[in-house]
Write a protein that binds this ligand. Structure first.
Ligand code: MN
Length: 244
């Protein structure tokens, strides 16, 4: 059986040529080689609506489309930056939008997947924005604004994000351990896989005497040309460095 691949936190943007090319190269490498690809959020640095069909976005969609046309199942989960990704985008890619948290079946076991931002419960300011920005009414109001206005808002957010270095792992609060165990128990699984924190590693957890794992994907870095992706096959789930 072909492997299942997990990526997150690419933060794709036209002014990140190395990451953008790294993404396109990975899509070519996975062509025909991959059972399923899960994109666990923050695929884009910003997404203002599926109607923003510029050349850059079209190129990304086209790369996904080729992969899905080649037989790879494609799934998207929203991140805290691209939460406005919609059905139109997913369909154009030949993929499917998942809810914020999903239990999936892998060859070896069931695992829980999500972006990870909802587990950072100690960041009160962020949690407040999250609650607001994930609300259907807020999103409807946002998407009802003219595209030019939404692009201005996104640019403003981007500048703020750059000023605060908010894509840097040291500025992203880590997950709350209790929130993780609660989520694992609720969904009756022992493995959680997520992104968001930009702290890629595999944590071995002890859940009331039961062994559990929290697997964290890495972000894609323009400066170093590297990312940490997840690969699942018959041997289990592992993290791998992807250099581009
Ligand atoms: Mn994130």
């Amino acid at each position: 059986m072909k492997p299942t691949v997990f990526i997150s936190d690419l933060h794709l943007a036209p002014d990140l040529p190395r990451v953008s090319q790294g993404f396109l190269t990975l899509m070519q490498q996975l062509q025909g080689q991959c059972h399923a690809l899960y994109v666990l959020g923050d695929l884009f640095e910003a997404w203002v609506g599926d109607d923003n069909q510029n050349d850059y976005n079209q190129q990304i969609i086209h790369a996904f489309r080729q992969l899905s046309d080649g037989g790879t199942a494609l799934y998207f989960v929203h991140g805290n930056r691209d939460f406005l990704l919609g059905e139109e985008f997913a369909q154009a890619c030949g993929g499917q939008l998942l809810g914020e948290r999903t239990v999936i079946q892998l060859p070896q076991q069931q695992i829980l997947i999500e972006h990870g931002d909802a587990l950072c419960t100690r960041d009160e300011k962020f949690m407040a924005f999250r609650q607001q920005s994930r609300h259907p009414l807020w999103q409807q109001t946002m998407l009802a604004k003219p595209l030019t206005e939404r692009l201005q808002i996104a640019e403003l957010w981007r500048l703020q994000s750059k000023m605060q270095n908010s894509n840097k792992s040291e500025n992203i609060m880590d997950v709350t351990p209790e929130a993780v165990t609660e989520m694992l128990k609720t969904h009756q699984v022992t493995v959680l896989l997520h992104g968001h924190t930009h702290r890629p590693t595999i944590h071995n957890l002890d859940m009331d005497g039961q062994a559990a794992k929290r697997i964290v994907l890495g972000d894609w870095q323009e400066e170093t040309g590297s990312a940490v992706i997840g690969i699942a096959d018959e041997t289990g789930i592992r993290l791998e460095n992807y250099c581009f």
